[in-house]
Design a protein around this ligand. Structure first.
Ligand SMILES: [Zn+2]
Length: 204
């Protein structure tokens, strides 16, 4: 999971969370490319050349302040989450390039990874919308985590399936169907007597 925003409280994750917050602040304020490059280069202690390669070459960075995301729909929260994922992607991409023996090949690979990142962003929003719709239709703010259990089910989805979640606060901010590229989970009417989960266990 190259773009995950870790939430565990170990020093490395805290460092990562601080970097995500700082990079997010730069991206949101939308300074000119040269300023954004310098700021992120300082925050990440990374060569400006690599920051510029990702900002301009992969993200197609455009200056301009990002308007705050208002609204209380599940998809609004998903959009806010996506901005953090974008910042995390940028950080990880720069680190991958810094470690790559062949920069040109690494940049080509990065384009593929960014396409996958964008698909994941869309998937998270679509999943949030689906949750919101079912919540509206059924009048339930709590829904059931439905899914398919077989040998392809991931441990996190396996753990979630059959439990309930709060549409306004799903575990890790991710709705059923939005956890993985091939997540086959879906929102369902709440399962009576089953727990409402807001986080995942640290170990799965
Ligand atoms: Zn799933």
């Amino acid at each position: 999971m190259t773009e995950q925003v870790p939430q565990k409280a170990d020093p490395e994750s805290l460092q990562h969370a601080a970097e995500v917050a700082a990079v997010l602040a730069v991206l949101q304020s939308g300074p000119p490319l040269a300023t954004a490059t310098r700021a992120i280069s300082v925050v990440l202690k990374a060569p400006g050349k690599l920051v510029l390669a990702v900002l301009a070459g992969i993200l197609k960075y455009k200056p301009g302040k990002k308007s705050p995301i208002g609204g209380t729909r599940p998809e609004d929260a998903a959009k806010k989450g996506n901005r953090r994922y974008r910042a995390a992607y940028l950080i990880n991409a720069i680190k991958r390039l810094a470690e790559a023996p062949d920069l040109k090949a690494a940049l080509a690979r990065e384009k593929t990874l960014f396409t996958a990142h964008k698909k994941a962003s869309t998937r998270r929003i679509e999943a949030a919308k689906t949750s919101g719709k079912l919540s509206d239709i059924t009048g339930n703010s709590t829904l059931g985590w439905g899914g398919v259990l077989d040998n392809r089910t991931t441990p996190d989805c396996r753990w979630l399936i059959g439990k309930n979640y709060d549409v306004a606060n799903p575990p890790e901010g991710l709705h059923p169907g939005g956890r993985h590229p091939k997540c086959r989970c879906f929102p369902a009417p709440p399962f009576p007597g089953k727990p409402v989960v807001t986080t995942l266990p640290a170990q799965l």
